[in-house]
Design a protein around this ligand. Sequence first.
Ligand code: GLN
Length: 272
Amino acid sequence: MENVTVSIAAILLEAARFLRGAGVPDASFDAGLLLGHLLKRDRTFLITHAEEVLTEAQLENFRELVARRASGEPLQYIVGHQEFFGLDFEVSPQVLIPRPETELLVETALDLIKESALICDVGTGSGCIAISLLYKVPNARAEALDISAEALQIARRNAQKHSVDNRIEFKLSDCFNEIEISPRFDLVVSNPPYIAESALPGLQREVRDHEPRIALTPGGDGLSVIKRLIREGHLVLKTSGHLLIEIGFDQPDAVQESVDEKIWKLVELEYW
Ligand code: GLN
């Protein structure tokens, strides 16, 4: 048998070429990240050890990871984590991958709440919103709700990881269905499923084929969960409380129309 030795530099080139051919946008970046993940080393190590030779087993495992990425599996599900608001969150295909645009929701929430706020995060997923808020506001507490028990398990681990687990309660609940209805929260925050069903086929394959469908869309025009939050949110909010929802770029008009101005004062709809 031929004794083939493959260096880090060579396998990275091969993987990047393969990924590019499979339509992966950041092929070199992803190749480096996957190899770093496998070797439990950072990018600097890969550069400074470019001539180092991989074992047969390492090569085989790496090629498996690269094949998964080439078939459209998101990098974050393969490596099992994603950074959000400067914190590292565990993710799996049971939760949406936290998005940079959702950091805007956290920033806005931080401007609205006081030190001792009680927060409700509806559809917490990985827990990224509630956990980031509690991390930043050391006296705040939160109830984090999700319709998925698997998601709540991940969110629970993320809360432990960032040492906020003593200030957060996780509840299996479809919106507010399973929680006490009393006006007690200072903030209800949510990044709900809001994509219209008809827009699903046009999404990136990473999103469409791998992220949980219930986290992406409630079906129909995508507005049903947003409308529920608007209809029911005031029942659990203090009079001085705020409801903060991430919505789609094309949804402000429809959302504005469903806001009852006798109940809500519309403070801000950010258009970008
Ligand atoms: N709140 C989570 C996030 O922002 C999950 C949102 C969702 O599943 N729609 O990532």
